[in-house]
Design a binder for this molecule. Structure first.
Ligand code: CO
Length: 152
């Protein structure tokens, strides 16, 4: 599977809400996941959402702490009241980094590659990545969550 070109901002597909995947076991979904994994690995980034490679589907991948998480139709079950501000970047905004406010803990419901349901609990950087990726699937970009800092 070849490395796919990553769509950069501005592009309307990045701000469009994605469609749910009806069959996670479909061959084209498996192929898409393989392509995304290779593309993310090559990019050096933490996460990649399907719209970033031109597919408006509810699919995203995260590679963090040596683990790969494939998010198929993910949705939030819990978001902590407590929020944290951390520096964030996005493969669709090369070289752009700024602080973003995120929930410090989240729980999501996700589908496994075989279509079974899975609950993922996360905190810290993993929780941040999950929120960034699910935002992508809702057509929300991190620039809209930028924390306004006082000018010194
Ligand atoms: Co991103």
């Amino acid at each position: 599977m070849a490395i796919l070109p990553i769509i950069t901002y501005p592009n309307s597909i990045l701000e469009k809400k994605t469609k749910k995947i009806s069959d996670p076991k479909a061959t084209e979904i498996k192929q898409l996941i393989l392509g995304m994994l290779e593309t993310l690995k090559n990019s050096g980034g933490v996460g990649l959402a399907a719209p970033q490679i031109g597919n408006s589907l509810r699919l995203s991948i995260i590679q963090i702490d040596g683990k790969t998480h494939i998010l198929i139709n993910p949705k939030f079950k819990y978001k902590s009241w407590k929020k944290i501000v951390i520096e964030e970047g996005c493969l669709s905004f090369p070289g752009v980094f700024f602080p973003v406010k995120r929930h410090s803990k989240v729980t999501i419901e996700n589908l496994n590659k075989d279509g079974s349901k899975k609950i993922i609990k996360a905190e810290g950087l993993f929780a941040q990545a999950l929120q960034h990726e699910i935002d992508h699937l809702d057509g929300i970009l991190f620039i809209s969550r930028k924390v306004k800092t006082k000018k010194s």
